[in-house]
Design a protein around this ligand. Structure first.
Ligand code: FAD
Length: 451
């Protein structure tokens, strides 16, 4: 058996799933899990929901305890960043210039939050991608987070929160902040919140929900920030977000001024795949790490989760998802395919004499959910990039939505909120393979006919 390890880079949902699958599928050689964050693998979706709300503490987000990880016999390198990969020799470089020659590599480095220039050193301006980010933002939003003398209304901690970015993350944070009683303004480039992810029909309904709850929705572009220096050594504190001229409220009227007073700002303008460290020209890192249908980016190098852009066999084009379930499923698939490749290559295989398994294309039915107020939105298939959307159920008062998404004559995605779980489960089958549009419509009608 080889003494070279398999290394998994990125110690979160996809990386953990890959490491566990490698062991479960028979890898008995050394296994290294490298994670830039100092924390044990944790779950990210609750960061913008239960954790931000204060309902859950960080321990509840942990995906595994140290005891649960022990049987994996990992060489666990937390707080360590991979800084390079030589693809031909499968050699990783880690922080501190350590070199690690590997039998195989799984890359699961996810994405990083995008920021706005000049915000790094501004007190009160946050992003929301990591546990540390979420705790810092929560510190400002939950009771006790209001430092004295910041001119914050209410004394007990009412914040003027401006969220820059009206995508899913910005809207989830807006919902939590409203529930906590803060004044919330969401400003985005798109006229309709979440339109890029769910289309304008569904986005418009969700916008109404936010507006009913007291969230102010604006369309505009951030020009800069006003600040004050409280002279306490912490540097400038944000006092307002300045919008470029021409900004409007999402209901069409003038925004009523382009200076939005704020003591806390969340910048939620999307993310960029964490591929900066992958400079080997053998890899294509345009919008994530490009992989084939087996999640292979190069021989012995696989990718999974938010970072991976792979050829989805059912959709015939490269796709990349930032969905929690995909991270786990793709981590498992990448690990299995890497092992199959190593086993097929001979002596570097699992080493226990079991026949080499076949590599299999990774062809999941994508799934994501979002929680906003008490509304659970669930979607199967592809809802972004549709050229056709229909909403057979659009019941604003009953808070029920069902939308079907199409592309090039086929139904590729379905989204629902407020429907019985049985119906939502039935919808998955409709878009498991892209069906002709009319056939999918009929099946949707049948799936939702009863109840
Ligand atoms: C606030 C929030 C809410 C979300 N809510 C939902 C939701 O409701 N539903 C849903 O489906 N999805 C949701 N998601 C998306 C979901 O959490 C992600 O799809 C999932 O976490 C992706 O897992 P991953 O392992 O691919 O990447 P990540 O979770 O991003 O993990 C990548 C890890 O790699 C590490 N890393 C990066 N570069 C290096 C390097 N060079 N060396 C070593 N380590 C490195 C990072 O520090 C990170 O820990 C949410 C995400 C966030 C941030």
């Amino acid at each position: 058996m080889t003494a070279r390890p398999i290394a998994v880079v990125g110690a979160s949902a996809a990386g953990l799933a890959a490491a566990e699958t490698l062991r479960r599928s028979g890898w008995r050689g050394p296994l290294t899990l490298i994670g830039a964050e100092p924390h044990l693998p944790y779950d990210r979706p609750p960061l913008s929901k239960q954790l931000l709300h204060g309902a859950w503490e960080p321990e509840k987000l942990r995906l595994r305890t140290e005891e649960q990880l022990a049987p994996l016999d990992l060489d666990l390198r937390l707080g360590t960043r991979a800084t390079g990969l030589d693809v031909a020799t499968r050699t990783l470089t880690l922080d501190g210039a350590e070199s690690l020659a590997c039998a195989g590599v799984v890359i699961a480095t996810g994405v990083a939050a995008r920021t706005l220039p000049g915000t790094d050193r501004l007190t009160g301006v946050h992003t929301l991608r990591t546990l540390d980010d979420a705790l810092a933002l929560r510190g400002r939003l939950t009771k006790g987070g209001t430092p004295a003398g910041e001119g914050v209304a209410g004394g007990g901690g009412t914040r003027r929160l401006v969220i820059v970015g009206n995508g899913v993350l910005g809207c989830e944070a807006a919902a939590v902040a409203r529930e906590l009683g803060h004044e919330v303004t969401v400003v985005g480039i798109e006229g309709t919140p979440m339109a890029a992810a769910v289309g304008t029909d569904v986005g418009t309904l969700l916008a109404e929900e936010h507006r009913d709850r007291g969230v102010r929705l604006l369309t505009g572009t951030v020009e800069g920030f006003d600040t004050t220096d409280p002279g306490d050594g912490r540097g400038p504190q944000v006092t307002a977000v300045r919008l470029a001229p021409g900004s409007t409220s999402a209901s069409g009227g003038a925004a009523g001024g382009t200076r939005l007073p704020a003591d806390t700002v969340l910048v939620a303008i999307g993310s960029r795949p964490a591929v900066d460290w992958l400079t080997d020209p053998a890899l294509d890192t345009t919008d994530g790490l490009r992989c084939d249908a087996y999640c292979a980016a190069a021989p012995g190098v696989y990718a999974a989760g938010d970072v991976a852009r792979w050829d989805h066999p059912a959709h015939g084009r490269p796709l990349r998802f930032e969905h929690r379930m995909n991270a786990t499923e793709q981590g498992m698939a990448a690990a299995r395919n890497l092992l199959a490749e190593l086993a097929a290559d001979g002596p570097t295989g699992t080493g226990d004499g079991t026949p080499a398994p076949e590599r299999r294309p990774f062809a999941p039915v994508p799934y994501f959910w979002s929680d906003q107020y008490d509304l659970k939105i669930q979607a199967y298939g592809l809802t972004a990039g549709a050229d056709r959307v229909e909403t057979p159920v659009r019941d604003r008062a009953g808070r029920r939505i069902l939308a079907l998404y199409g592309r090039e004559g086929r139904a590729v995605g379905v989204l629902a909120a407020g429907l019985p779980p049985r119906q939502i489960r039935a919808l998955r089958a409709v878009v498991a393979d892209p069906l002709p549009w009319e056939e999918a419509r009929e099946r949707i009608a049948a799936a939702t006919a009863a109840g």
